[in-house]
Ligand binder design. Structure first.
Ligand code: ATP
Ligand code: MG
Length: 341
């Protein structure tokens, strides 16, 4: 689906804002705080059903009570998102729903400046990153993740109570191991697929002979082992007040020529690795979902040298791209220039 127009009302600093989109690349330029990322956030919201950076009430323009996003597609279809301060509704083909219907969901590859730090960031950031990528590829993954997190929260709440014993948390242990095993299997499968491709894709960007891999690191080995460990560690978890073992502690490691990339690869090499990862992400979306994702490049273009910029554009030539860039460039031909409100 090609986006033709984006209309925003009370969406962060935007009100009565209309963006006419290019079927290939829409460039949005403006100074800091003029609302560039907010436009990408609105597109993401209407295509994925939620924001990538905030909850709904933070998005409503300060002093107002609702926000509205309308996305018009080239084929005449429309998605409208409305939030009234309490509930969110989607309007697709004259039907109102509380969740974005599957048929109106559309894949997105988002590239944010923070992603460039992925290799050396915290395990939590990497877990969140890959959860978003895998959740888009598989609904089953999303469901397992939601249920795992819910069970974890309930178990942790019980662990904080004074009179809790192992029997009280057992039903949550069972759910954690069930959904934990599903997450472990999918994470491992996807990382293997990425790892198999990443060296070749990296070499096409960096034009050298380096060897790249990504390792999935999980303490959880099997469903039964996970359950036994939760039972064994109950007393320790009770004292800590949280669950200290599980797939919520998983990690992903980037490997550069056989050694851990964090600390050994240069800044440019790390950037090429992240770009390679994005290309593979888009490729996997096409393979699994059969649709080319819309590509949102938030502020990353100016962070990259000319060779890598060209590489990005070439790789995503069959995708609709939205690209933001800071500053007031002199040549604004073909750009949408924003002013701070
Ligand atoms: N709920 C809100 N109501 C009104 N204004 C908001 C709201 N949330 C954020 N803003 C304002 O919107 C602007 C942020 O927009 P956004 O992050 O899209 O800017 P940007 O152009 O991407 O900036 P940068 O170049 O720094 O990344 C800020 O000025 C912020 O104060
Ligand atoms: Mg921004």
């Amino acid at each position: 689906m090609v986006i033709k127009r984006v209309k925003l009302n009370n969406f962060r600093s935007h009100d009565g804002f209309v963006l006419d989109c290019d079927p290939c690349t829409t460039k949005i330029i403006g100074e800091n705080g003029c609302g560039k990322t907010s436009i990408l956030e609105a597109i993401y919201e209407a295509m994925q059903g939620k924001s990538f950076r905030a909850v709904d009430r933070e998005i409503v323009r300060r002093g107002d009570e609702f926000y509205r996003v309308e996305l018009e597609y080239e084929d005449g279809r429309k998605t409208v998102v409305m939030y009234d301060g309490e509930k969110k509704e989607f309007l697709v083909e004259d039907k109102k729903t509380r969740r974005l219907p599957k048929k109106a969901r559309y894949p997105i590859v988002l590239f944010e400046p923070d992603d460039l730090n992925l290799v050396g960031s915290s395990p939590t950031s990497r877990r969140n990153y890959f959860d978003r990528v895998f959740g888009q590829l598989s609904e089953k993954y999303n469901v397992a993740l939601g249920r795992y997190n819910k069970a974890l929260k309930q178990r942790n709440e019980l662990l904080k109570q004074e009179m809790v014993d192992a029997g009280d948390v057992f039903s949550w242990d069972v759910l954690l191991t069930k959904y934990g095993a599903e997450l472990r299997n999918e994470r491992s499968e996807y990382i293997n697929q990425i790892s198999e491709k990443i060296t070749e894709v990296y070499r096409s960007i960096a034009e050298n002979e380096d060897k790249i891999a990504i390792r999935y690191v999980s303490e959880v080995e099997s469903e039964s082992g996970f359950l036994a460990r939760l039972e064994r560690d109950f007393e320790r978890d009770r004292l800590l007040g949280h669950t200290s073992f599980g797939v919520h502690r998983d990690n992903y490691e980037f490997v550069f020529n056989g050694v851990q990339a964090d600390g050994s690869a240069s800044r440019g090499e790390v950037r090429s690795m992240v770009i390679a990862l994005k290309f593979i992400e888009a490729e996997m979306v096409v393979e699994r979902l059969g649709r080319p994702p819309v590509v949102l490049l938030d502020d990353v273009f100016s962070e990259l040298d000319e060779t890598r910029q060209k590489c990005l554009v070439k790789n995503f030539q069959n995708n609709q791209i939205f690209l933001t860039s800071c500053g007031s460039q002199e040549d604004l031909t073909g750009c949408v220039a924003l002013k701070r409100q």
